[in-house]
Design a protein around this ligand. Structure first.
Ligand SMILES: [Zn+2]
Length: 308
């Protein structure tokens, strides 16, 4: 029960105001902190609820028969009535199935993206320019990935802005942003308390690529103008996917404002350290719970064996 409380507290803390937490950090630190913390929150919540369900169901005669243990030898003080274990077990199973289906879908999307990258021809390290009247620029995920830009987007930007935009897209591929986003999405499917986290991770991945582009061009203003002009040129519906990250993804006004002011991430290290400390503590508690559950069942198995 302590683990359930700790895992839920971590999930709610991450899911309550992830954007406020993330913007206190450098975007790269935010992604590298929020995604592992989200995964840990999803895993420990799933494990804690499974432990509660198992501890409750273990007192049922038929379940005990399957596990070969004596229900009377199990501690009853902390266990819920065995009937309460059923909805908890079904909820864990449903969330686990949803996360597995999402992971398979995401894997398929990435495989399709990689296939498309290979169809674009040999990778010479240069962006692929597609003749298209719609201004678009995006990084397609793959083993190496490709940067794709349309002729309309090339025409919409100045030479310096184009360089900033391409540096932004290359940063997405270099830092494997599509994988970070997929991991955040899987965590949120497995643990609905984290549903706001993937959107924030997506925005932070965009900010991370913006900061990389600003460093590479040495000009924050031109990078901001490139993002702003690309977003203004972009028409039609935007449907972000994890396999193709567009230059105009996320909250563009926030990204432009962040680039126009001097970088300030005074609280980045303390905030990341606090999240990491809480996450490691909850993971440690989960390991301790796993270690304490097994001997209890072993004792109950021995108790049954001694009566036969
Ligand atoms: Zn982008």
């Amino acid at each position: 029960m302590i683990l359930v409380g700790a895992a839920l507290a971590l999930s709610l803390a991450l899911g309550w105001a992830p954007r406020r937490l993330a913007t206190a950090m450098h975007p790269a630190t935010a992604v590298r902190t929020l995604v592992p913390a989200g995964l840990a929150a999803a895993l420990t919540t799933g494990f804690a609820l499974s432990d509660v369900a198992l501890t409750a169901l273990a007192h049922d005669g038929e379940v005990a028969e399957l596990g070969h243990w004596a229900p009377a030898a199990l501690p009853s003080a902390t266990a819920l009535p065995w009937q309460a274990g059923l909805p908890v077990a079904f909820a864990v199973l449903a969330l686990l199935t949803a996360a597995a289906v999402h992971t398979l879908r995401a894997g398929h999307q990435l495989w399709l993206a990689d296939t498309w990258c290979r169809r674009l021809g040999p990778d010479d390290g240069q962006p692929v320019v597609l003749a298209d009247i719609e201004p678009r620029a995006f990084a397609v995920a793959g083993l190496r990935g490709r940067v794709v830009v349309t002729t309309a987007m090339v025409a919409a930007l100045s030479t310096a802005e184009r360089a900033a935009l391409l540096a932004h897209e290359r940063a997405h591929l270099r830092h494997r942003h599509h994988l970070w986003i997929q991991l955040a999405e899987v965590s949120a499917v497995a643990n609905p308390a984290l549903r706001r986290v993937p959107g924030v991770v997506r925005l932070m991945a965009e900010r991370w690529a913006d900061e990389d582009a600003a460093l590479s061009t040495g000009d924050r203003r031109t990078t901001a103008e490139a993002i702003g002009h690309a977003a203004l040129a972009r028409t039609g519906p935007r449907r972000p996917t994890s396999a193709a990250l567009a230059a105009t993804g996320g909250d563009v006004p926030h990204r432009v404002q962040a680039l126009l002011r001097a970088p300030r991430h005074r609280w980045s290290a303390p905030a990341a350290a606090a999240v990491a400390l809480v996450t490691v503590s909850v993971l440690g508690l989960a390991c301790a719970t796993a270690r304490s559950t097994e001997p209890v069942l072993e004792t109950a198995r021995s108790a049954l064996a001694s009566t036969r």
